[in-house]
Design a binder for this molecule. Structure first.
Ligand code: ADP
Length: 851
């Protein structure tokens, strides 16, 4: 055989040891050279050599462990492939190395190792012939049958691939043109085989053995392809193409892990396609998805768009196009559930039940969108959650506070980098059903910016006429939102865009009275806090008087959030004590030794609890239940935050208490005035809006024109109040913008006090708009304002006569605690605000609120 070789390999060959793969005669391999021995070989043999002979090297698969590649030459595999070094590329990064392109010529076996250093050189014997590929002669082999069988399988395999790929067509031609004995080596290096299998083929020196060993490999590959084509029937062409890429790359020797990943990815795409086809998405969406998946298949994975498209398709599959929960609505159960979860808020609960009842009677009602408006912490969100619970629906909260970009609602177009769907679609993906309860939290805090108006986008979402085909920019296909139950919350309606407000039914949730807060605390907040802190009612006892103390002295709010936090602080402090007590019971002697240090060691978070622990006798475990009385409260929460303020501040003339409405509930507001020598100027401070400034001017004008009647004089005794006098009016809490006409009566009272030198009664608060003629006009937010006065411990409230009807909304116990003075003109206000009234004919109509 060897005699007819066209090229005779040299009898001495430098040896290149490769870890990465097995080179077979007739195939090409790219290998990285970085071991010192191989580097030397490349440098001194390939880079310096000039003749063709010097570029022929022996490639020996290094079967020993690559990590143990040290100084000594490992034991060499006996058989190798003589190869032609076709290309050498050098690089210094990340470390100096060469990349070598070698083409296998023929097998050889090592006869004797001639030298080991700097690179091994061996005396070799050529084992098979080097055939010229151009040789048309077909050898008439005695192995006829075996070779014929092999050839048939080879042809079958190649024909399963996509012939339109040039490499496959070339391979098909080579099958006919190459001598049969060259085929096993070439096909083995093309098809999917492990290094071990290749090594076996390399070792198979006899041609018969080589044919026999390669046939099973071919059969395996053919079976594999058949299986693949079965699973991908509809896309046969694409499969062929993908499979065809593999042999092509094999030649270039891409590490097999990458190929595995690639195949996995491809499988994923097939799975994705299957999911798309079986998903219940709308026809329009299905069309878009199928188009996208077609594009995806053609895209190389390295393209950034690949990931984008894939994410898009995955989202489309995940969206609950047709998946919904079954409503279970039973009004009686709903009533019980709402009552159990929430104390008080009767009006709200009543409206919610009506809403649910109509839903029950008329399935799939396109009802109005409920919008709960009220101060923070009054339970708006938690009612929303309860509604979801009663309906048996999923609940999702979408916080809209600060959202000022319409793409937050409607998504970014997919052309943008980092584009994503809006919050509505995201929410649907999260809940996984198409009929959840969506709570649009804080719709009054939507912003506006150059990126469009999110409120406008919300309009589409909330409009039952339009939202069955809501189109998110990212999805770019319509999604039906008509099954979603939207509920909105806000602190005020003033900042909700009118068009949006128009779509909603506003239900006001006013703040709570002290009594209601006590009940809420004992029924809901305390049990919840105990559970969160791992405490039991046997360990801690908070009597109602303590709760009242917390409410009046440590919080001043319309809702119960701050109260909840304070209760949390108490529970934390008690938890420390309880844990310490348990600790002492198990280790009694330690507490006796150094009680001071011991205590500090445990108290890390809340310094105030330290004093609580200090105060108690640490040597003994605390007595259970730990009673939270006023002293304990002081230890834990510090000195009371709101106390005696009212009477302290009303100790000089020129101060009056007004009632203001804010989005956070009602508040009492001290209006202060002072006068000084000047030119009759009025200074106003405290961030006032225009309407409030006008009220101040009105008040001054009215007082000036009525100065004589009320015996009001400036410092020099003149009835011209502004003669040589400047007035400064201040509305404290200067950081908060205030506006509205309702401070009119307070300003008048405050100035009347300043000019008369008399004190305003310390137990009276007031609200009302004034006119130039001295009339008192009705104002809004009476309920919240009255509650604020009640919270602050005031006894009398002056309100406009025409607001009398609003008092009906206020809880009876609050009305009983307060005295209401209905004023229709400023005379009545002043007479009620000052002890003994003013010396003008009174028209007072006092009303004791026993309504
Ligand atoms: P909002 O949304 O109005 O700001 P939340 O719903 O977040 O207020 O309520 C704050 C906390 O107060 C919640 O833990 C809630 O359970 C509790 N809460 C408020 N009102 C009530 C109530 N009437 N009954 C029981 N718990 C309440």
């Amino acid at each position: 055989m060897a005699a007819s070789s066209a090229i005779q390999i040299p009898s001495r060959l430098p040896l290149l040891l490769t870890h990465e793969g097995v080179l077979l005669p007739g195939s090409t391999m790219r290998t990285s050279v970085d071991s010192p021995r191989n580097m030397q070989l490349v440098r001194s043999r390939l880079l310096k050599g000039t003749s063709l002979r010097s570029t022929i090297i022996g490639v020996i698969p290094n079967t020993s462990d690559p990590t143990s590649d040290c100084e000594d030459l490992p034991s060499l595999h006996r058989i190798g492939t003589a190869a032609l070094a076709v290309q050498v590329v050098g690089s210094n990064w990340p470390k100096p190395h060469y990349t070598l392109l070698v083409t296998g010529l023929c097998r050889f076996q090592i006869l004797q190792l001639l030298k080991e250093k700097p690179y091994p050189v061996a005396e070799v014997e050529q084992l098979d012939r080097l055939e010229q590929f151009t040789n048309q002669h077909k050898s008439e082999e005695e192995l006829g049958e075996l070779s014929e069988q092999f050839y048939k399988y080879a042809v079958q395999l190649v024909e399963m691939l996509d012939m339109s790929v040039p490499a496959v067509a070339k391979l098909r031609r080579l099958l006919d043109n190459l001598p049969r004995e060259a085929l096993p080596d070439i096909l083995t290096s093309i098809i999917r085989t492990s290094n071990r299998e290749k090594l076996q083929i390399l070792d198979a020196v006899s041609l018969e053995e080589r044919f026999k060993m390669t046939i099973p490999l071919l059969v395996r590959q053919i079976e594999g392809l058949k299986l693949l084509q079965k699973t991908r029937k509809p896309k046969q062409d694409d499969d062929k193409r993908v499979v065809a890429i593999r042999p092509n790359r094999r030649i270039n020797h891409i590490p097999s892990t990458t190929e595995d990943e690639e195949e996995e990815d491809h499988d994923d795409v097939v799975i994705l396609e299957k999911k798309i086809r079986t998903s219940s998405m709308s026809e329009q969406a299905l069309k878009v998805c199928l188009k996208e998946i077609k594009r995806l298949k053609k895209m190389p994975q390295s393209m950034p768009e690949y990931a984008l498209t894939r994410n898009y398709l995955e989202l489309m599959v995940e969206l609950p196009w047709n998946k919904s929960t079954k409503d279970r609505l039973e009004i009686r159960a709903a009533r019980i559930l709402l009552d159990n979860d929430h104390y008080a808020m009767e009006k709200l609960k009543k409206r919610v039940l009506e809403y649910l009842a109509v839903r029950q009677l008329k399935n799939n009602l396109q009802g109005p969108i409920l919008c709960f408006v009220g101060p923070p912490g009054v339970g708006k969100t938690s009612v929303g959650r309860s509604i979801a619970k009663t309906l048996g629906r999923e609940f999702h909260r979408i916080a809209l506070g600060g959202v000022c970009d319409q793409s937050d609602i409607r998504g970014h177009r997919r052309t943008y980098v980092g584009s994503m769907p809006g919050r509505i679609i995201n929410g649907l993906k999260t809940v996984g059903v198409n009929n959840p309860v969506f709570l649009l939290d804080e719709v009054d805090k939507l912003g506006k910016s150059l990126q469009g108006d999110p409120a406008a986008a919300l309009l589409e979402v909330l409009d039952p006429e339009q939202n069955h085909s809501f189109t998110d920019h990212y999805l770019n296909v319509a999604f039906d939102l008509s099954q979603v139950l939207f509920i909105a919350t806000a602190n005020t309606t003033a900042t909700i865009p009118p068009a949006l407000l128009d779509r909603m039914e506003v239900i006001r949730v006013p703040g709570y009275t002290q009594e209601e807060k006590i009940e809420i605390a004992h029924r809901h907040l305390i049990p919840k806090q105990l559970e969160q802190h791992g405490l039991t009612p046997q360990q801690i006892q908070i009597p109602q008087v303590t709760t009242l103390d917390i409410i009046t002295r440590y919080t001043r709010e319309a809702g119960v959030r701050s109260l909840d936090r304070k209760l949390g602080a108490i529970c934390r402090a008690v938890a420390v004590k309880v844990a310490e007590g348990q600790h002492k019971e198990t280790k009694p002697d330690r507490a006796e030794v150094g009680e001071g240090e011991d205590c500090k060691e445990h108290v890390t978070e809340d310094a105030k609890t330290e004093s609580l622990s200090d105060a108690a006798d640490l040597a003994l475990p605390p007595e259970m239940p730990i009673l939270i009385d006023f002293h304990a409260l002081k230890d834990i929460l510090g000195p009371p935050m709101y106390e005696m303020e009212v009477s302290e501040r009303l100790s000089q003339p020129g101060v009056a208490i007004g009632l203001a409405w804010t989005p956070l509930g009602g508040e009492i507001m001290f209006v202060e005035a002072s006068r000084m020598d000047g030119e009759g100027q009025l200074t106003l401070t405290g961030q006032l809006g225009d309407v409030m400034k006008e009220s101040a001017h009105l008040a001054i004008s009215w007082l000036r024109s009525n100065a004589k009647r009320y015996q009001l004089t400036n410092a020099s005794g003149s009835f011209d109040l502004l003669d040589n006098t400047d007035i400064h009016l201040h509305f404290p809490a200067g950081a908060v913008t205030k506006d509205g006409p309702s401070a009119g009566v307070t300003i008048v009272t405050c100035l009347a006090s300043l000019f008369s030198g008399r004190l305003v009664c310390s137990d009276v608060a007031m609200t009302g708009e004034i006119t130039l003629r001295g009339l008192v006009l009705p104002v809004g937010g009476i309920k919240d304002k009255v509650l604020a006065a009640h919270r602050a411990g005031l006894k009398r409230v002056i309100i406009p006569q025409r607001n009398e009807k609003d008092l009906e909304e206020i809880a009876l116990n609050v009305r009983q605690d307060l005295t209401f003075i209905m004023a229709s003109c400023l005379d009545e206000v002043l007479n009620a605000a000052f002890d003994g009234g003013f010396a003008v004919k009174p028209r007072v109509e006092r009303l004791n609120s026993k309504l």
